[in-house]
Design a protein around this ligand. Structure first.
Ligand code: PLP
Length: 374
């Protein structure tokens, strides 16, 4: 089998006999003949462009199969609603993307699905909140926005011991840096809007898992309807071809920026798993091939809004994982919907900024931060 970088370029490509071109054609039809070839329809998650990109994601995550969705939240809700029903219980680790926290609070409650957010992200924390009706364990590593690291292997073992389906949000790492299925996780979820898309111009999601799990998720997903159109599938397929080169540069830029900020007197704290001082560094070394392009930091005294306005190259913008370096304040964006108590519990302060390193020259990025800090 070819190595991952090669598979990122070639796996899944739909060969076009007509032109002998190197790229998958974009099959625009949503009305597709069925008499000779079986039923194919975008919302059934079985068109050629959907297959092309799903195959690529499955091979990069080392899973038997995958599905692509119209957003990361469509991927999360389709995957979780497949395995949870009224009366079931799910354990979430502490420290998750704000949208996921909001989703559990608003949607799970409505359907009578019980959930508990553990006090931390270790098997010990999960054990404390386990119930007789617990069916799933959900983790995120590195977590958004504080880059907490969960021991993925330990979490997967815990889930197996207790007969739970395990799921991880692998968005921050991307398959270039981390493959949770290798450690025994059942469902690997992505907001493909981020690193997989990589250019801040599409909204998509993905779930990678075994053929059996994906076949179950598909049955629910086609009723929930969060499928992805052919043009966006093609953009995603094209983007994944360059995933490894992009992420390599993003890993290296993030580490340089984290080191620079750690030594700057105007900075209170830096959260980056690549720093030996980071609480999860040893575990990250064990389970990640690179530490990722995401980091967070707290300003000591400066106002977060005026600091962001003083940046000339780095753009204050929401989302992450693109080739352009962007910065955001979680309390004003991704975690805005959390109550003050929730924010305090999570350790998300109003001096916190989250930076998504792009692929620019690291020195230019550091110079920009330096002048804005001054
Ligand atoms: N998971 C993480 C870690 C995210 O950062 C996001 C979005 O910011 C999502 C999931 C949700 O993805 P989407 O916005 O594509 O629905």
């Amino acid at each position: 089998m070819y190595k991952k970088e090669t598979r990122a370029v070639h796996t899944g490509t739909q060969f076009d006999e007509g032109t002998q071109g190197t790229n998958s054609p974009v099959y625009t039809s949503t009305a597709i003949g069925y008499l000779d070839s079986g039923v194919s329809y975008p919302r059934y998650f079985n068109t050629k462009n959907q297959h092309a990109v799903a195959e690529k994601i499955a091979t990069l995550e080392n899973t038997g199969s995958a599905l692509v969705f119209s957003s990361g939240m469509a991927a999360i809700s389709s995957a979780l609603f497949t395995f949870l029903k009224t009366g079931d219980h799910i354990v979430f680790q502490k420290g998750l993307y704000g949208g996921t926290t909001n989703w559990m609070d608003k949607e799970l409650r409505k359907f009578g699905i019980e959930f508990t957010v553990a006090e931390g992200n270790s098997p010990n924390d999960f054990e404390k909140v386990l119930q007789k009706n617990t069916k799933m364990l959900y983790i995120e590593s590195p977590s958004n926005p504080l880059l907490a690291i969960t021991d993925i292997e330990a979490a997967a073992e815990f889930a197996k011991e207790h007969n739970l389906i395990s799921a991880i949000d692998n968005t921050f790492a991307s398959p270039a840096n981390q493959n949770p299925a290798d450690f025994g996780i059942d469902l690997v979820i992505h907001s493909a809007t981020k690193y997989l898309g990589g250019h801040s111009d599409i909204c998509a999601g993905a779930v990678a898992a075994s053929k059996e799990h994906i076949s179950k998720i598909r049955e629910t997903a086609l009723n929930l309807g969060g499928s992805l159109d052919a043009q966006t599938c093609y953009l995603l397929e094209r983007s994944i071809k360059t995933l490894f080169v992009r992420v390599k540069q993003q890993n290296s830029n993030a580490l340089e920026i984290a080191e620079f900020l750690s030594n700057h007197p105007a900075i209170n704290k830096v959260f980056y798993p690549g720093l030996p001082s980071h609480k999860g560094h040893e575990i990250a070394l064990k389970q990640m091939k690179g530490f990722g392009g995401m980091l967070s930091f707290e300003l000591k005294n400066k106002d977060i809004v005026s600091f962001q306005k003083n940046l000339k190259l780095i753009q204050p913008a929401i989302s992450l994982g693109g080739v352009d370096t962007i910065i955001t304040a979680p309390t004003l964006t991704s975690h805005k919907l959390l109550s003050d108590t929730e924010k305090e519990k999570e350790g998300i302060t109003d001096k916190l900024l989250r930076l998504s390193a792009g692929i620019e020259n690291a020195e230019d990025l550091i110079n920009d931060l330096q002048q804005a800090l001054e």
